[in-house]
Write a protein that binds this ligand. Structure first.
Ligand SMILES: [Zn+2]
Length: 334
């Protein structure tokens, strides 16, 4: 789209192992390295580290790829030391556990980024996660840690089945599980009546947005119905709420909607108006994508010719209003 001048683009470096082993177990990192080298996993490694199990496939760059997203996110946080905004769409692997893979996530780059901010002396950070799945790995990493408030909006009743509305992680989390069919108006309601007031009250020094694209209507893994306007509105709302903002990617299993969503997030961060039609160059990128699912056999034209979706507004259901009220109460048992 011509929105990314070369001088604004930095190639993410691979993380240093010692920067990663502060959260991840050294033996687990070694197992990832072994899996990349040999492309096979022993029964012991599979059982212990869940590599090659439970939907965490062994693939060619199984060590380098997560180490690079971790390096990118940690660099993003360092770059904002004195303020600023960085978009690191390769990051956002929020399910990663200290010594095992989970939910296609091998390392937890958001945790490593948040730890980088804490190292810089920050002690009031908000992590907002709008991926369709609960940000369980990040929440658990900062359980009971009042320096990092983790807020997750995700589909109710979906894997990993954690993040219920009354789960506060010892006070350090808020969870907003949304029902199937969750629309743009309902997202706006939760942001306006719960999430943004919480953030405004806290006045954080930094905000980390995990901007997963799997809550979009056309994503095959979840049953939420957002348009990418919902994501752009979240990005725009956060842009001016803290002196530091890091935006990552996350889940997203329809490559057309992922590319359009995160390109539009970049435009929104830069206050670039999104034109009604893609440029020929952008259209060529989108047309070259491969999508091995039924919807990929005959993709609709707007997946190639637009960045911004039509809005998907709708009725705000009572359960959404209750969820917003619940989130703002200080104590659920009070
Ligand atoms: Zn997800």
């Amino acid at each position: 789209m011509g929105w990314l001048p070369d001088e604004r683009f930095i190639v993410a470096p691979m993380a240093e192992p010692k920067a990663v082993t502060r959260f991840h177990a050294p033996d687990y990192l070694e197992a990832l390295r072994r899996a990349e080298k040999t492309q096979v996993v022993s029964d012991v490694d599979r059982d212990r580290y869940r590599i090659g199990a439970e939907g965490n496939p062994v693939y060619k760059e199984i060590y380098r790829r997560p180490m690079t997203s971790a390096g990118g996110v940690m660099l993003a946080c360092r770059l904002t030391r004195d303020g600023g905004i960085v978009h690191c769409p390769g990051g956002g692997t929020h399910h990663g556990r200290p010594s095992r893979a989970s939910g296609f996530c091998y390392l937890n780059d958001p945790v490593l980024g948040l730890l980088t901010w804490l190292d810089l002396g920050l002690d009031n950070i908000v992590y907002l996660d709008i991926d369709a799945h609960h940000g369980d790995g990040v929440q658990d990493a900062f359980h009971n840690d009042d320096r990092v408030l983790t807020i997750s909006i995700h589909e109710a009743g979906r894997w990993p089945f954690t993040g219920l509305a009354d789960d506060r992680a010892g006070g350090a989390a808020r969870n907003l599980p949304a029902p199937q069919g969750f629309n743009d108006s309902e997202m706006r309601w939760l942001m306006t009546h719960a999430v943004l007031p919480l953030i405004a009250e806290r006045r954080p020094q930094a905000i980390f947005l995990q901007c997963g694209a799997d809550a979009l209507e056309e994503d095959p893994l979840a049953k939420l119905s957002l348009s990418n306007n919902a994501h752009f509105a979240v990005v725009a709302a956060l842009r001016d709420m803290a002196p530091r903002l890091v935006v990552t990617g996350g889940g997203g299993y329809n490559p057309y909607t992922v590319g359009r969503c995160w390109a539009g997030a970049w435009a929104t961060l830069n206050r670039i108006p999104i034109p009604p039609r893609t440029t020929p160059e952008a259209e060529a990128v989108l047309r070259a994508l491969v999508y091995n699912r039924a919807a990929g056999r005959n993709p609709p034209a707007h997946w190639f010719t637009t960045i911004q979706d039509e809005a998907r507004d709708g009725v705000v259901r009572d359960e959404i209003k209750r969820l917003a009220d619940l989130t703002l109460f200080e104590r659920l048992d009070a």
